[in-house]
Design a protein around this ligand. Structure first.
Ligand code: GDP
Ligand code: MN
Length: 383
């Protein structure tokens, strides 16, 4: 679960990281009232679950109430790469002497938390990693021992933090690791971690992802889930108990079992297509579940064709066929559906589908054939 900047900063503050005082605002009037209370200059910041807000015009300095009004008006409702701004964060503006980068994340391949630090902050860290990897210090933390003071100081020095702020930067690492650990985060990133002219070290931005499976241990964090900023289809799916992840392509995918769905994504990509989603209908998906899954996939306007890849184990092929027929009897599919049905009761399932003769539904015998067919159909070809 991703947090908005200001929610991340609240977690930071709770663990002793320096952040600027601020207030969230949802209207221009609230933004002005918050600024009056904070004192000028302030920064008006779009709160969306995507980075690069600064470049998109979603972060603006304001010297007085007229400027706050102007920026708040412009930023509220702004679209930042598909994310609409509903909330602003107004904080006291900081003077900046240096912009660093710091992050703690889970390195799955090393099975360890990873602390990353660079004095080249403020820019995209991927760019630093690519162009000057020597400027990005990577330090694995032993999860049982935790991050010692000496280790933190060493990383700060190694990364080239100014000598007079090494202590402050190391302190920020300790707090950041505590956020990561205590809050069950998978990522806690600060870009930029600034040094002020007074040589204070402060988090000017916050990107925090929490482990959704650990939220039961953090009821106060679960409440942060921002329905408005979540993808509406993903939200609906989670309410219906369906594993759905939106992707960028135009081919809808439905399968049963996460492994099968993952390999379906791969074969579609191999056939030259781009999946629009991951959807695992789960074991034992019945007709009603399949109907819901179809509705979810079609709720994404980008979908041009859909691949159903069902391997019947617990899930019975005839149930899947009934689900499809139920979903399409009232309303025929608006886009082509390629169906590969195999496993338990597959013969019965295919028979039901053939009998129903649903318009716009194409059977396929193998996964590869299905992938090629769906890619061709999405491209507008006749098969
Ligand atoms: P992002 O673009 O989504 O990463 O948003 P950030 O919160 O990182 O802000 C983008 C940039 O705006 C930062 O890298 C800073 O250069 C600048 N910025 C943000 N807050 C302040 C501030 O309080 N004072 C000054 N001078 N610049 C700021
Ligand atoms: Mn940033």
């Amino acid at each position: 679960m991703d947090l908005l900047e200001y929610q991340g900063k609240q977690l930071f503050a709770r663990h002793g990281l320096n952040v600027s005082p601020g207030h969230a605002a949802r209207t221009v009037e609230e933004a002005v009232a918050a600024s009056e209370e904070l004192g000028y200059p302030v920064v008006v910041k779009a709160q969306v679950l995507i980075g690069g807000r600064g470049k998109a015009g979603g972060v603006q300095l304001a010297a007085d109430s007229a400027q706050v009004r102007e920026h708040a008006q412009n930023i509220l409702g702004m679209d930042i790469r598909g994310h609409t701004v509903h909330t602003l964060w107004i904080e006291r503006a900081s003077d900046i002497a240096a912009e660093y980068y710091a992050a703690v994340l889970l390195d799955r391949s090393a099975k360890k938390p990873l602390l990353m630090f660079s004095v080249e902050g403020g820019v995209e860290i991927e760019q630093v990693a690519r162009e000057s990897p020597q400027k990005l210090v990577r330090h694995h933390i032993d999860a049982l021992d935790g991050l010692s003071r000496e280790e933190a100081l060493e990383v700060a020095r190694q990364g080239g933090a100014d000598a007079d702020v090494v202590e402050g930067v190391a302190g920020a690492f300790t707090a950041l690791y505590e956020v990561w650990q205590d809050e069950d985060a998978t990522l806690a990133e600060i870009n930029p971690l600034i040094v002020t002219p007074e040589r204070e070290v402060r988090a000017l931005d916050a990107k925090v992802s929490l482990d959704g499976n650990a939220l039961y241990r953090h009821p106060e964090n679960a409440a942060l889930s921002d329905a408005e900023n979540e993808d509406p289809i993903e939200r609906r799916a989670s309410e219906q108990g369906i594993q759905y992840v939106k992707l960028d392509g135009d081919i809808g995918i439905l399968g049963n079992g996460a492994g099968l769905v993952m390999s379906t994504l791969d074969v579609v990509a191999q056939a030259g297509g781009a999946p629009a989603n991951f959807l695992d209908a789960g074991g034992g998906a019945d007709a009603e579940k399949i109907k819901q899954a179809v509705e979810l996939i079609l709720a994404n306007d980008a979908v041009k064709a859909v691949l159903f890849n069902i391997f019947g184990g617990i899930t019975r092929g005839d149930e899947v066929a009934r689900g499809l027929i139920a979903a399409f009897t009232d309303a025929p599919p608006p886009v082509p559906f390629v169906v590969r049905l195999d496993g338990t009761n597959d013969v019965e399932g295919r028979r039901l589908l053939t009998e129903a003769a649903l318009p716009n539904v194409y059977p396929a015998a193998t996964m590869n054939e299905a992938a090629e067919k769906v890619v061709a159909l999405a491209a507008g070809a006749r098969v």
